[in-house]
Write a protein that binds this ligand. Structure first.
Ligand code: MRU
Length: 364
């Protein structure tokens, strides 16, 4: 997608040297567009752990490039397995990380060490390109939902609510939840997005609002707690969220607070859709609540808030009493029964074993 008219992706290989990996430092947005140049696997692992690059599909793609950087230094089998283990330990919830690393290792374990670097870059590039294609397809399959809402409103403005950032910054390009929104906007539909701020790290206020604004999509940032009220008053036509891991039964793990939005949506008859590329489906799990690991992050993300002061300086301030401890579960699981359906690259389906099997019969 574009930033001030210039096309960007969230991760790319240096065009001049052909090997260093670039990302946008998402911890600096929306205040600064800082591009980081990563040259070894430790830097790639740090970028994922520190959330300089975040969002399930992007984590997977960057981990794949992290393997390339590891192999450039040392293409031995031991170094390859060490690099994969380092990257795998960075964040626990998004299954795209494991998916991408398993795919890289399957390719590389069967490749001679002297051919591994070239093979790794080719495989990582394929993972990145496929991500873009999947998300673009999610946009196409999600578009009819927004068109149907527009028809119900006789052409009136469609209001879509989203949580966290599942836009192009969270993927290689397009985004998942935002792909149908960009597709509809590009097609000329009149739509507006309610952007949940997404405490504690404010991915909605900082990232979703920024990328929607850069693309010219009308939007409004709301406090996380506002969604239920907006739904009660008919201000939300549909909700679309992303996912970090979806079980084969359709349970959806996504940023903390997603579950509460799904509950409010059910109570108010608002369709609640999850946009899910197949790289986010964990076919080994069936009970999301019991089986999906939930990342527990630092309590400082809850007690402190970072923002831009009037004089332009970036500052972090404490909003909780100095001696109050804080808990910070970073994701929650929305049971499939609360999800209207899934939007995948192969089409839409029920959030259920049968629904997913219908679209992905190879996982029967
Ligand atoms: O902690 P984050 O910012 O990595 O969490 C991101 C989300 O929860 C997204 O909604 C999810 O990864 C889908 S991204 C297309």
């Amino acid at each position: 997608m574009k930033i001030d008219g210039v096309a960007y992706r969230s991760v790319w290989v240096d065009r001049a040297d052909g090997w260093a990996v670039h990302i946008i430092d998402q911890t600096k947005l929306p205040w600064a567009l800082d591009i980081l140049r990563l040259t070894d696997v430790a830097q790639a692992a740090h970028a994922i752990r520190a959330m300089q690059a975040r969002g399930a599909p992007l984590i997977g793609a960057l981990a794949a490039y992290g393997m390339c950087l590891a192999l450039r230094r040392d293409a031995s089998t031991e170094a390859m397995e060490r690099g994969a283990a380092l990257l795998a330990g960075t964040r626990p919830t998004a299954v795209n990380l494991r998916w991408a690393l398993e795919r890289m290792l399957t390719r590389l374990r069967n490749t001679r060490p002297d051919e591994r670097v070239a093979a790794a870059y080719a495989e990582a590039a394929a993972i990145a390109e496929e991500d873009v294609a999947r998300n673009e397809a999610i946009g196409r399959h999600g578009l009819p939902l927004i068109e149907a809402a527009a028809t119900r409103k006789a052409g009136g403005r469609v209001n879509v609510l989203t949580h966290c950032n599942a836009g192009w910054l969270a993927t290689v390009d397009w985004g998942t939840a935002l792909a149908p929104i960009y597709t509809a906007h590009n097609a000329g539909l009149d739509l507006h997005v309610w952007v949940d701020e997404t405490r504690p790290r404010n991915q909605g206020a900082a990232l979703t609002a920024w990328e929607l604004g850069k693309h010219g999509v009308p939007h409004t940032v709301v406090a996380d707690n506002a969604g239920g009220h907006l739904m009660q008053h008919g201000e939300v036509d549909l909700a679309i969220v992303g996912a970090d891991r979806v079980t084969r039964a359709g349970d959806v793990a996504n940023k903390i607070g997603t579950y509460l939005k799904a509950l409010a949506a059910l109570d108010n008859g608002v369709p609640f859709w999850a946009a899910v590329p197949s790289s986010t489906i964990d076919w080994t799990l069936s009970d999301g609540l019991a089986e999906i690991p939930i990342e527990e992050r630092s309590g400082a993300e809850v007690t402190d808030v970072t923002g831009r002061m009037a004089d332009g300086r970036i500052a972090t301030v404490r909003v909780a009493p100095l001696d109050s401890p804080a808990a910070n579960p970073a994701f929650d699981v929305t049971p499939a029964r609360l999800v209207t359906g899934l939007i995948t690259e192969r089409g839409r389906c029920d959030a259920s074993v049968a629904g997913l099997r219908g679209l992905f019969p190879e996982h029967r």
